[in-house]
Design a protein. Structure first.
Length: 145
């Protein structure tokens, strides 16, 4: 994966993210990734078009190095796969520029009435498919206006 093309989300850490050991609690990492997923969709999709009915189907997280309050944390997000109703990301969490965690997630678009998987909206699927290829990013900027 080419992490140079990753979408970057800066994380504002809070004192409540820490635990008794003085480092960031493992549960806070999942929140960091949630912020990064929403930030990525807000970057990719036209304003107001983020799907309101989606669920996190899978989250994999590997802890590599502790993070302490006061470090500069950012999440790098790369789109990995686009399916009919789902898409997946790969993540790296950096603290002061050093890899602290990595992982992946799978999101599923759902029908708000049945709460079952539903095909991705056509515009969203088209933009996700285009984002799979880094050379498409300039065209994404133009498409979003």
């Amino acid at each position: 994966m080419d992490w140079k093309c990753a979408h970057r989300t800066r994380i504002q850490m809070r004192y409540s993210d820490t635990d008794m050991m003085g480092h960031i609690n493992n549960a806070a990492y999942a929140q960091f990734l949630e912020l990064a997923r929403m930030d990525y969709l807000d970057w990719l999709l036209p304003p107001g078009s983020r799907p309101v009915s989606m669920v996190l189907a899978r989250l994999e997280l590997n802890y590599r190095r502790e993070v302490r309050l006061g470090q500069q944390v950012e999440v790098l997000t790369l789109l990995r796969h686009v399916g009919n109703s789902s898409w997946s990301y790969a993540f790296q969490i950096l603290a002061d520029g050093l890899l602290s965690a990595d992982g992946s997630s799978v999101q599923v678009h759902t029908d708000p009435q049945t709460r079952r998987p539903a095909p991705l909206p056509a515009e969203m699927r088209e933009l996700l498919l285009a984002a799979l290829h880094p050379e498409a990013v300039p065209s994404l900027e133009a498409a979003r206006g």
